[in-house]
Design a protein around this ligand. Structure first.
Ligand code: PRX
Length: 645
């Protein structure tokens, strides 16, 4: 790996002298970190100034920009109109069937105002949680900003999650209002959402209002007195709405993410600190300039869609593309066609998508004029050097820097990344913390590792966009992130410092998998499997996969012996996981096994199962209670035929 670390891509000369963030920012932040963040907070409009940058006296519960007051939606929309940019396009929406809309900041102001007024007329007040379950359409952005405008925290649930996953989030969040759509367009056809809401709400009696966006026009069920069309609600609302100011620590949203237990964690983000870091990183890491056209391919249902599709870009008044569909509909050149058509300059996507495009061949992007691009970004997992080079050459014309941004749902915004005008970037490395952020790689005792060694990534100082708590569970928050080494936030990732001191991420060190840049918990999928009446026990591991980074492999023991007459059972179990969690969690392989490898104390040795799943020599199995188990499993795996979606 150290040979790879000698390959570097220097910033283009033009960017070196003109970039928003220069090397001087590292010194400024190092001189006085809090003063540096106070200057970043000045990117926002504050209705009342903060009196203190950080209150860390109740660590790990932080308060940033103490007593400052602001309105997040005003910062993302109205102030750009007031500053004379009302005619600037905020969102260039591209629907999968080819319909397009250009929504200016003035249009957005009107829609957000109407939606905020509509919510208030339906009794939603500051602090009332709202759940959003929408496809990638402009209304998702409007709905989030409308909640922010009235101080109602939102949780956006990814449209690919099932009714069960949706209901458990609505219940945990205590939402009484849901914003959804009839469906969205995906892979050339309408894909329904409303039936999942109807099923979910059977378990959520407290939900009294459901606003439904009409996107596909498909037939849907309707519950009188509960369901209402979004367009009717907005038409009956006022286009003028006065934003109130809220405390800097007003909850903005909760994003549920997988942890190491079966129950997803509600990651709470608040207002002033989150928006400051989202805006600063969007401006600095993507080097945003007023005439840029930015496009992030993430779904609004994930943290990337929150920070780099809604709050970061809009806080700085950017123009961006949002695209509803998949990269291969109606053809595999769709993304590159959109970049050519809208002259996209900044493009942000995930390594798994890059690897997929790589497989589709170089000739596809070569058919389009991608010369408008000036900076490329990636997020979600480490990008393997081969995909990095392909991305830079075939999409970036060997001109564009690539920012490999490391961050998490919990960090809220970028933490480690090369800077496009400063860093001599190495393919595959997140390089180091950006100005204002403090990180280290430590060993088991919490001591910094030496150059050339591996350990655990920690964040050594609080940061403005940090998770404030786990919704409803402050003890779990402290325990999960802050207990391993006192004073340090433990990210759950392994990392290596190379001989130059640069940081490479090595993947999760806990029971969390990363499939196509999405976090999935082994335990959550195991619980889904054992909830099936035929399953006695299950063990899930993430196995290395060329395209998706990791793939889910499940080993299942049935309640009764698995007869050869049940070839469909594995498929039924995969479907069961899709119903319990969502299609993204479906195991790629399910192996019906007679026994699982366990230590004498009963702990499943996932390491050995991973060896089998990755077709490796099985490692040290001497602590197994029953030494013959692994042979049985291995012969079962050899007989199993891979199934792909
Ligand atoms: O393991 C790291 C990986 O994704 C995890 C965070 O997942 P999530 O909260 O879903 O957020 C994804 C989008 C921010 C991290 O713990 N990860 C994310 N970005 C990178 C990465 N691993 C290596 N390099 C990255 N650039």
């Amino acid at each position: 790996m150290d040979t790879a670390s000698t390959e570097r891509f220097l910033p283009p000369d033009t960017l070196r002298s003109t970039a928003n963030l220069t090397a001087a920012a590292f010194d400024e932040a190092a001189d006085d970190r809090l003063a540096f963040w106070a200057r970043q907070a000045d990117r926002l409009h504050w209705d009342a100034p903060f009196r203190q940058v950080l209150d860390w006296s109740d660590a790990p519960f932080a308060r940033w920009f103490v007593d400052g007051r602001l309105n997040v939606a005003y910062n993302c929309v109205d102030r750009h109109v007031e500053n004379g940019h009302g005619d600037r396009v905020a969102l260039r929406f591209v629907g999968e069937p080819g319909d397009e809309q250009a929504i200016t900041y003035r249009d957005l102001q009107e829609q957000v105002s109407r939606a905020a007024d509509a919510l208030e007329r339906r009794g939603v007040r500051a602090g009332d949680p709202v759940a959003i379950y929408l496809p990638m359409i402009p209304e998702a952005v409007v709905a989030m900003l409308a909640c922010a405008r009235i101080g109602a925290p939102h949780t956006v649930v990814f449209g690919g999650f099932s009714a069960d996953a949706l209901s458990s989030r609505i219940l945990d969040f205590r939402a009484r209002t849901v914003i959804t759509a009839d469906g969205g367009f995906r892979r050339g056809a309408p894909s329904a959402l409303k039936p999942a809401v109807d099923a979910a709400l059977e378990k959520c009696p407290d939900v009294t209002t459901v606003l439904v966006v009409r996107r596909t026009g498909q037939d849907i069920g309707w519950v009188e007195d509960r369901d209402e069309w979004w367009h009717d609600a907005l038409a009956g609302a006022s286009a003028k709405h006065t934003p109130q100011s809220f405390d800097s620590e007003q909850p903005l949203f909760v994003m549920y993410t997988s942890g190491t237990t079966g129950k997803p964690k509600g990651i709470l983000h608040t207002s002033g600190g989150y928006l400051t870091q989202a805006a600063y990183t969007f401006w600095g890491v993507f080097d945003h300039q007023p005439d840029d056209v930015y496009w992030c391919t993430a779904d609004v249902g994930w943290i990337t869609g929150h920070s780099y599709l809604v709050y970061g870009p809009l806080a700085v008044g950017a123009t961006q593309v949002i695209y509803e569909g998949t990269p291969d509909t109606p053809h595999r050149g769709r993304w590159w066609e959109i970049i050519e058509r809208h002259r996209v300059t900044l493009f942000y996507t995930a390594p798994t998508a890059i690897r997929t495009c790589m497989k589709w061949g170089d000739d596809l992007p070569a058919r389009y004029d991608l010369s408008s691009l000036r900076i490329l970004g990636t997020v979600g997992e480490s990008i393997n050097p081969e995909a990095y080079r392909w991305y830079r050459r075939n999409i970036g014309g060997d001109r564009t820097p690539i920012v490999d941004t490391w961050w998490q749902t919990e960090t809220g915004a970028h933490m480690l990344s090369p800077l496009p005008g400063v860093t001599a970037a190495k393919p595959g490395a997140a390089m180091g913390p950006i100005p204002g952020i403090s990180a280290d790689v430590v060993d088991d005792d919490g001591n910094p590792v030496l150059p050339g060694e591996s350990g655990y990534l920690v964040l050594t100082e609080p940061w403005p966009a940090m998770v404030r708590t786990i919704w409803g569970d402050p003890d779990r928050f402290r325990e999960t992130y802050w207990s391993r080494w006192p004073g340090y936030y433990f990210a759950g990732d392994g990392a290596r410092r190379d001989l130059d001191g640069d940081i490479w991420l090595l993947g999760r060190v806990d029971d969390v998998m990363n499939v196509s840049g999405h976090r999935l918990s082994t335990v959550e999928i195991e619980s889904a499997l054992v909830s099936h009446p035929r399953v006695a026990e299950a063990a899930v591991v993430g196995a290395a996969d060329d395209t998706t980074g990791q793939a889910v492999v499940a080993y299942v023991i049935l309640r009764e012996a698995a007869g050869r007459d049940e070839p469909d059972l594995a498929e039924e179990l995969r479907r069961h996981v899709a119903v319990e969690i969502g299609p993204i969690a479906k195991p790629r392989h399910i192996l019906l096994v007679p026994e699982l490898p366990k230590t004498r104390s009963g702990k499943i040795m996932r390491r050995l199962l991973r060896d089998v799943a990755e077709n490796r020599e099985v490692g040290d199995a001497t602590t197994l209670a029953d030494a013959g188990v692994m042979d049985q499993i291995r012969s079962g795996m050899a007989a199993a035929r891979p199934e792909d979606d």
